[in-house]
Design a protein around this ligand. Structure first.
Ligand code: DP6
Length: 350
């Protein structure tokens, strides 16, 4: 017999960035972060997990290619979920799995991303959230406390903990040394700010040179600005952001979002050796948005960039999103030689 579960998880885009760990093994952050989870039709991971007595080892395929499950992050997620497995009985097919069986039964995992891996579009966030969720369903794991699954997804990739919920999500850094209170909580459902439109401009789909993991570890070691940011700036900003979101105050939301993205990239420059995630195209997009916002006297759209050159833009409604697209098309005429499904603005990698 074989028992399977399939799940889908979207990626999330942070408006208050997570950058820096206080514990690299447990993946505990140095500040809170806030993100919006995208709708699952775009930028999501789909994962099927299967268990069968005929499997002789744990195996995983990513976009059809076998990958190693030997890494510490995968092992931590698998161990944490397995130890919480419950009895699963499928009477129709005569399948009985006892909770202790999860320790010896092997798993096959197949995961697909519908967007470029490691291009700075947080594929690991969707991937680990989806892995943890589908395994938890397969093994009928019940949360002992709200957010327990998010703490397990966090062991795969920090930002993954925020992708287990839809809408607006906060990752609370927590205080405990064992990480039990470093969990994600939902601040608002996807219904709260339905008019908001998120637009992704794929500037480059090339793999980034410095992974987030390596980059943030170098920043923690060398950037004084990061210390200031995590201790002085983010705690206040998180409160302001929560208020802006609660009131659907787009002006404040946009100002804080852009400021936080810019400070995160300033921290990258303050790192030794400096890390450059944005390129010329990214800078031109910032200019284009800043000029538009200034000419209107009030923010029309917000931009934010993760560990890569791609721009994520937030517009207050479809009408403004349409105007934004018109502007982008004017400044960055589409290149017919590119065949990406999303709108690609050049491919001028640094
Ligand atoms: C810039 O979650 O990818 O996207 O915890 O080491 O796996 P690890 O890092 P990761 O870092 C994401 C950083 C970011 C900001 C954010 O999503 O908050």
């Amino acid at each position: 017999w074989i028992l399977m579960v399939t799940a889908r998880a979207p990626t999330n885009i942070a408006v208050i960035k997570y950058w820096g760990k206080r514990d690299e093994k447990l993946i505990l952050p140095i500040n809170d972060s806030i993100s919006f989870t995208l709708d699952p039709d775009h930028l999501s991971a789909t994962t099927t997990v299967a268990v069968s007595p005929s499997f002789t080892s744990d195996r995983m395929w990513l976009n059809g290619k076998e990958v190693s499950l030997g890494g510490e992050r995968y092992q931590n997620c698998l161990r944490e979920i397995r130890s919480r497995g419950n009895d699963v009985v499928d009477e129709k097919n005569g399948i009985v799995i006892r909770k202790e069986d999860w320790q010896r039964l092997h798993l096959h995992i197949a995961s697909y991303n519908n967007f470029p891996t490691a291009a700075g579009l947080a594929s690991s966030a969707a991937g680990f959230a989806c892995l943890v969720y589908s395994l938890a369903k397969l093994m009928d794991v019940k949360e002992k406390y709200q957010g327990e699954l998010t703490a397990i997804a966090r062991r795969g990739s920090g930002s993954a903990c925020r992708s287990l919920y839809g809408g607006v999500v906060k990752w609370q850094m927590g205080k405990e040394t064992d990480g039990s209170d470093s969990i994600a909580v939902q601040l608002a459902t996807e219904k709260h700010w339905e008019e908001l439109v998120i637009l992704v401009a794929v500037v480059s789909s090339r793999q980034k040179e410095t992974s987030s993991t390596t980059g943030m570890s170098q920043s923690v070691e060398t950037s004084e600005l990061l210390r200031h940011r995590s201790q002085e700036v983010v705690p206040k900003r998180v409160l302001q952001m929560e208020e802006a979101i609660a009131n659907r105050d787009f002006g404040s939301f946009a100002k804080i979002t852009c400021a936080d993205s810019n400070q995160f990239h300033a921290v990258c420059l303050d790192t030794s050796p400096p890390i450059f995630y944005m390129n010329d195209t990214s800078h031109r997009i910032i200019n284009c948005v800043e000029r538009w916002n200034r000419s209107e006297g009030t923010p029309q759209v917000a931009y934010t960039f993760d560990a890569g050159p791609n721009a994520v833009m937030y517009a207050p409604n479809r009408k403004v999103a349409g105007l934004l697209l018109q502007r982008l098309l004017f400044y960055f005429p589409p290149d017919s030689s590119k065949t990406f499904s999303s709108y690609v603005i050049g491919d001028t990698s640094i």
